[in-house]
Design a protein around this ligand. Structure first.
Ligand SMILES: Nc1ncnc2c1ncn2[C@@H]1O[C@H](COP(=O)(O)OP(=O)(O)O)[C@@H](O)[C@H]1O
Ligand SMILES: O=P([O-])([O-])O[C@@H]1[C@@H](O)[C@H](O)[C@@H](O)[C@H](O)[C@@H]1O
Length: 381
């Protein structure tokens, strides 16, 4: 069944399900950040930024270190999920295998009973550490009109010794039988081989993201490449999450699927240009909202009926919309703050978590997102 372009009704709420986590970001073997993470944080950052209402179900431990707009469920007997992300500055966003992730601590699963009783216009199954169970996704499909799934919530397994993330095929994941009920499935280029896109596209719209190349939409008998927004990549973390947040925000606001995918590409590109959770300037967010409203007024359809199947076509003005969003992006020059760590005094949390220590000094780019550097020192030559 090809998914019709289901326009989630703007007025009603969405349900985002996935755990917040702590991220330790290690670039070129140097700790460059300790930040709030988890798809839930990147996605709610986008949805809140463009005023899309959503409820969020997320679990953390009593050690959770951040204040967030959508309070999580605190599990006193568990730690907050913790990831160590290892990547190189050389990876300029090819999208595939640009980093190694290790799940160092895990807060625990989100059970069906943790979900609200009410119904939702749309749902987003966006676990990062195995917290979404098949029965949890099944419950989401029962209470949400359309469900968006990030495949990383379904196909990740974790090495028993050090938590290194590996991927398994969707068919053997325990979730495959739910595919016909999923509205949109998102996967990165690295995850795509584990999805069997030729099978999945028979059932739902599949979005394959590919770093600096943008993304490709697949449906039953067609596909479409969606242009990227060129960016200097500093940190790949959260690009896919922000992409999905922007895509859903576009659909909820009434954009056609190809135009909504442009919004996803925009937010993904702005995420990799910052370390950790991106800070979107209000001026930029307002420009984006204005461009979306302008685009909506054109009320373009992207679907043509031919026989009994819908075929996506790139709506008239799509390229102009890309240019308008690119211009909006230029209004934001989120200043990157340079500071120098004396790496002999690496951040205490990194030390306690057993990150290998490094000597010498590195000039790091940190942006003032959620916290000042834990221990930045005046650079000493
Ligand atoms: N270096 C980059 N330059 C421009 N856009 C990027 C870059 N990296 C990611 N993006 C945007 O973010 C989206 C998701 O990034 P990707 O790395 O493919 O996802 P994931 O984080 O799931 O691996 C891409 O489709 C693209 O639109
Ligand atoms: O980069 P991305 O794949 O979109 O999403 C990331 C997850 O893969 C990672 O496990 C988590 O620690 C990050 O905070 C972020 O959520």
């Amino acid at each position: 069944m090809l998914v019709e372009q289901k326009q989630p009704n703007m007025g009603r709420r969405g349900l985002v399900v996935g755990n917040y986590c702590h991220d330790v970001l290690i670039r070129n073997d140097v700790v460059v950040g300790e930040t709030l993470g988890g798809a839930a944080s990147f996605i709610s950052n986008v949805l809140d930024g463009v005023s899309i209402r959503c409820d969020l179900v997320s679990k953390v431990g009593s050690d959770f270190a951040y204040s967030v707009a959508h309070p999580p469920i605190v599990v006193p007997t568990s730690p907050t999920t913790l990831f160590h992300a290892f990547f190189d500055s050389g990876s300029d966003g090819e999208g595939a295998c640009d980093r190694v992730l290790k799940r160092v601590r895990f807060c625990g699963a989100i059970e069906p009973s943790d979900l609200p009783e009410s119904r939702f216009n749309f749902g987003m199954a966006v676990g990062v550490a195995g917290e979404i169970l098949p029965e949890t996704l099944e419950r989401m499909l029962d209470i949400c009109e359309v469900v968006f799934v990030d495949i990383q919530a379904l196909i990740r397994v974790f090495d028993s010794s050090d938590g290194t993330v590996r991927l398994v095929g969707l068919k053997g994941s325990g979730f495959f039988h739910l595919l016909p009920r999923i509205g949109f499935l998102k996967a990165s280029a690295e995850e795509a081989p584990y999805v069997d896109v030729e099978e999945a596209r028979k059932w739902c719209c599949v979005l394959i993201t590919n770093g600096k190349e943008g993304c490709t939409l697949y449906w039953k008998d067609g596909e479409m490449q969606i242009s990227p927004f060129p960016t200097v990549q500093i940190d790949p973390t959260g690009a896919g999450d922000s992409f999905l947040g922007g895509f859903v925000a576009g659909l909820v606001q009434g954009l056609a699927v190809p135009d909504a995918a442009l919004l996803g590409n925009l937010f993904g590109s702005m995420t990799v240009g910052q370390i950790g959770l991106p800070k979107f300037e209000l001026r930029l967010l307002q420009r984006v909202k204005d461009e979306v409203q302008r685009r909506k007024m054109q009320s373009i359809s992207c679907c043509e009926d031919s026989n009994d199947d819908l075929k996506f076509v790139k709506p008239a003005g799509h390229q102009q919309f890309h240019s308008s969003l690119a211009a909006a992006k230029l209004t934001s020059a989120a200043p990157l703050q340079e500071c120098q760590w004396d790496l002999r005094n690496s951040p205490p949390r990194a030390i306690e978590q057993g990150i290998p220590q490094y000597t010498g000094q590195q000039k790091l780019l940190l942006n003032p997102v959620y916290e000042e550097p834990i221990q930045s020192v005046e650079g000493t030559q």
